[in-house]
Design a protein around this ligand. Structure first.
Ligand SMILES: [Zn+2]
Length: 152
């Protein structure tokens, strides 16, 4: 029986470190077709062989590959509702009560207006801010009435 310790070293020794040889330069003037649009793309002397003529074609190819992988169509047409502003002229009719100067034609009409004023003062329909105008007018009315009464 063979003693394993005395055995010959394994024949298959570790291979020498492979020195990656630099690839030979390419024949100049070669072109390849763009994978997306088919345009000619110059092959550089070294480095990768180009697949696309531009970043745009590379991106479009990537988008289509992604869409195909997801099972959806590459392009989905979606109708979107966009709100717009429409200017519309609306004519609105308003009925506004405008105070019109009243010219009483008789003593009864004067009396009715003066009573209306008195009720307005009592019920708050006449504002306090109007008192500086009303008080002198009322005093003048009373004075005129007293003068008339004394002349009788
Ligand atoms: Zn292209």
């Amino acid at each position: 029986m063979k003693n394993p310790e005395s055995a010959e070293p394994a024949e298959a020794s570790a291979p020498p470190a492979t020195t990656r040889a630099r690839p030979a330069p390419r024949v100049p003037g070669q072109v390849v077709e763009c994978g997306w649009c088919g345009a000619e793309v110059a092959v550089p002397a070294r480095g990768r062989v180009p697949k696309w003529c531009s970043g745009t074609c590379r991106h479009r190819a990537w988008e289509q590959a992604r869409a195909a992988a997801s099972g959806r169509a590459a392009v989905t047409v979606v109708d979107r509702v966009v709100e717009t502003v429409r200017t519309e002229t609306v004519v609105q009719h308003h009925r506004t009560t405008v105070p019109v100067a009243v010219h009483p034609a008789s003593a009864h009409e004067w009396a009715r207006l003066l009573e209306e004023l008195a009720v307005g003062l009592d019920t708050g329909r006449v504002y306090n801010r109007d008192l500086p105008v009303l008080i002198p007018a009322a005093n003048a009315l009373i004075d005129a009435l007293e003068r008339r009464i004394q002349r009788r």
